[in-house]
Ligand binder design. Structure first.
Ligand SMILES: Cc1cc2nc3c(=O)[nH]c(=O)nc-3n(C[C@H](O)[C@H](O)[C@H](O)COP(=O)(O)OP(=O)(O)OC[C@H]3O[C@@H](n4cnc5c(N)ncnc54)[C@H](O)[C@@H]3O)c2cc1C
Length: 295
C-alpha cells in the first residue's frame, strides 16, 4: 500500500497488458481508477471526491505514448501522450496545428509535462481544452475492451460533466484524427482568468477549409468549451457559414448563432451572461483569423 500526505491509501498497479486492465476493471469495478498523468485523478482523490482502492497505471502499455502520422490514414495519438508532446510533435505541428495550439493552452509547462491528451478527454470536463479542437477535427476515441478495439466519434463520447460513452470494462488507448481537408486552417482561442494555469472561461476552436460542395465555397467547424454540460459543436453557426458568402456580415451572424447555442452557467470563473458574450466575441475573432489564412 502507498500512503502520501493528503492522499488516501491505495494500491498501485502498473499494467503490463491491455487484457490485464480489462480484467481488473471487470473484477474490481468501481474500486479501480485508471491513471495516466494523474493531474485530474489525484486532485479528486486528495479532495475526497473519489476513493479508489486500486490505481491502475496504463501509460506504459504499448502504443500509449506513441504518435503515428500517415498521409492516407491520418493521425493516431496514444492516449498517454502528454500535452507538451502534442504541442511540439513535428507531424502534429505541420498537419494539425489547431490541436497543437489547444494542447499548448493547457495550464503551465510543468503541468503539460504530466497531463495527457487522453486524460483530458476521459475526464470529460466541459472545460477540457483539447475537446473543441478534437470536435472541430472530427477526432475519434479508440477504446479497448473485452471484444478488442472500437472507435467512438468524439461528438458521441461526452455524455455529461465527467461522463463518457466508455463502458465500465473499457479504457481509452488512443485518439485518431482524419487527414485534414486540403487548404484547411484553424485557431483555438481560450479566455481564462489569467494567462497561464487556469481552466477556460470560454474556449473556441474554429476550423475552416475550401469545399466546392458548400454553397459558400467553404465549410467551417466550430468547437466550444466551458459553455454547456459537455464540449459541443456550434452546428447552427456552421450552417450559416456553409450557406452565406464569407465576409464580416456572415461571420457576425455565425458568431451570434454560436452564442445562442451556448448554455453556460454562472460559476466562480464567470457569469453565464459574460460567457455568452465571450462566445460571440471569440467566435468572431476566430473566424476572422481563419479567414485571413484561407483567403
Ligand atoms: C493546476 C491545474 C491546472 C489545470 N489546467 C487545465 C487547463 O488549463 N485546461 C484543461 O483542459 N485542463 C486543465 N487541468 C486538468 C488536467 O490537467 C487535464 O484534464 C489533463 O489533461 C488530464 O490528464 P491526465 O493524464 O493528468 O489525466 P489523469 O488524471 O491521469 O486521468 C483523468 C481521468 O481520466 C481517467 N483515465 C485515465 N486514463 C484513462 C484511460 N486510458 N481510459 C479511460 N479513463 C482514463 C482517470 O481515472 C481520471 O478520471 C488542470 C489541472 C490542474 C491540477
Amino acid at each position: 500500500m502507498l500512503a502520501r500526505p493528503g492522499l488516501p491509501r491505495f494500491d498501485y498497479v502498473r499494467a503490463g497488458t491491455a487484457e490485464e486492465v480489462v480484467r481488473l476493471l471487470q473484477e474490481r469495478g468501481e474500486a479501480v481508477r485508471l491513471f495516466m498523468g494523474g493531474t485530474d485523478l489525484f486532485v479528486r482523490m486528495r479532495d475526497g471526491v473519489i476513493h479508489p482502492q486500486v490505481v491502475v497505471d496504463v501509460k506504459h502499455l504499448p502504443g500509449m505514448r506513441e504518435v503515428v502520422y500517415d498521409e492516407q490514414a491520418g493521425l493516431t495519438v496514444g492516449a498517454a501522450v502528454t500535452m507538451n508532446q502534442v504541442a511540439r510533435h513535428p507531424d502534429i505541428v505541420a498537419h494539425y496545428p489547431l490541436l497543437a495550439e489547444a494542447a499548448n493552452s493547457v495550464a503551465s509547462y510543468q503541468l503539460r509535462n504530466r497531463a495527457t491528451l487522453g486524460g483530458n478527454l476521459c475526464n470529460a470536463s466541459p472545460a477540457a481544452d483539447t475537446a473543441p479542437a478534437t470536435l472541430a477535427l472530427e477526432g475519434r476515441i479508440v477504446l479497448y475492451g473485452p471484444n478488442g478495439e472500437r472507435e467512438v466519434p468524439v461528438g458521441e463520447f461526452f455524455l455529461g460533466p465527467g461522463k463518457t460513452a466508455r463502458q465500465p470494462d473499457e479504457f481509452v488507448v488512443a485518439v485518431r484524427y482524419p487527414v485534414p481537408p486540403a487548404g484547411a486552417a484553424g485557431r483555438y482561442l481560450k479566455l481564462g482568468r489569467n494567462k497561464v494555469g487556469d481552466l477556460s472561461i470560454v474556449g473556441v476552436a474554429v476550423f475552416g477549409f475550401p469545399d466546392g460542395t458548400a454553397p459558400s465555397g467553404y465549410r467551417f467547424r466550430i468547437g466550444l468549451a466551458s459553455v454547456a454540460p459537455v464540449p459541443l459543436r456550434a452546428r447552427a453557426a456552421e450552417e450559416v457559414l456553409a450557406n452565406e458568402p464569407p465576409g464580416e456580415a456572415t461571420f457576425a451572424l455565425a458568431a451570434e448563432k454560436a452564442m445562442e447555442e451556448a448554455s453556460p452557467i454562472d460559476d466562480v470563473r464567470a457569469s453565464a451572461a459574460y460567457r455568452k458574450a465571450m462566445v460571440r466575441a471569440l467566435t468572431l475573432r476566430g473566424l476572422q483569423a481563419v479567414w485571413e489564412r484561407l483567403a
